[in-house]
Design a protein around this ligand. Sequence first.
Ligand SMILES: NC(=O)C1=CN([C@@H]2O[C@H](COP(=O)(O)OP(=O)(O)OC[C@H]3O[C@@H](n4cnc5c(N)ncnc54)[C@H](O)[C@@H]3O)[C@@H](O)[C@H]2O)C=CC1
Ligand SMILES: O=C(O)C(=O)Cc1ccc(O)cc1
Length: 312
Amino acid sequence: MTEPLFEKLALIGIGLIGSSIALNAKASGLARHVAITTRRKETLAKAEALGLGDSYHLEAAEAVKDADFVILCVPVGVCGAITREIAPHLNAGAIVSDVGSVKAAVIGQMAPHLPQGVQFVPAHPLAGTEHSGPEAGFPELFRNRWCILTPLAETDPEAVERVKAFWEAMGANVEAMTAEHHDLVLAIVSHVPHLIAYNIVGTAADLEEVTQSEVVKFSASGFRDFTRIAASDPTMWRDVFLTNRDAVLEMLARFSEDLASLQRAIRWGDGDALFDLFTRTRAIRRNIIEAGQDTAQPNFGREPGSETKPQG
Ligand SMILES: NC(=O)C1=CN([C@@H]2O[C@H](COP(=O)(O)OP(=O)(O)OC[C@H]3O[C@@H](n4cnc5c(N)ncnc54)[C@H](O)[C@@H]3O)[C@@H](O)[C@H]2O)C=CC1
Ligand SMILES: O=C(O)C(=O)Cc1ccc(O)cc1
């Protein structure tokens, strides 16, 4: 047990990320009191049955009362509306954060509603799975993973340090960068790959000459990996593509150009071009494994002997 970093942590939204934070914060004593709020009473009841927090609220305004740390763990498209709703009830001096996969648009939606004196430290843990909801969380989710902070120019550095300490206590490595740079990097390493997965599974599902049962029966491991990603939450990913539009479109344009040259290499039998690319990409994979970032390895990021649950 660590000395609590915060007296009262309010989690708004209790899906995969919110429940993982709650489980970790309670197990490690990072916050003296964990207040949970979500809009649907069925979800709140599940969170309570799982014992994720210390108090449960259908009204976000009630949960944030007297909280010194508030984290929005909801789809990025609703961050603005929720911030507007909680703003009048925030404690002076409270730190407000989020976990959204997109940063510039979320800052644009949230910052205008936050009262003076409240510190805003946007965050994005680069850790997740294709599962969602309060049952999907597990406390080790963030261990050995990155958490990116994108503080605003006016954010108090002391608040940034406290949020950094919180994520480090969760087991994450923390790095700060601008929201715009975050969105560009994430477009290529996360958002476009998800779009490709949704697309290839959609294409396979639409094939007229191949039946659905053949797709299921003969799916080789490459295609199965795509289906895992393509099973990710539709609301969350709809919001990611609508809010990181420019960076995703820029990376997609580059992707399409490179795909066209692969098409040309196949058409003209240019084996050297294919071999050279596949050799370069194999080296990238090896670098990822050497850096210890391969989440497909068994027990990645977990203590030996701990429960095995699917991770990204
Ligand atoms: N799933 C993943 O792998 C990762 C997700 N993220 C980000 O974390 C955030 C949450 O994602 P997950 O936990 O995966 O989603 P989830 O679908 O598991 O949970 C979302 C939660 O938000 C609640 N919610 C939705 N609309 C709401 C509203 N208007 N008011 C109050 N509560 C509302 C839902 O009831 C649910 O409790 C998203 O912004 C996502 O971009 C960040 C890293 C990884
Ligand atoms: O499940 C996977 O492979 C992921 O890529 C999880 C993930 C999804 C969204 C994020 O913003 C960060 C991580």
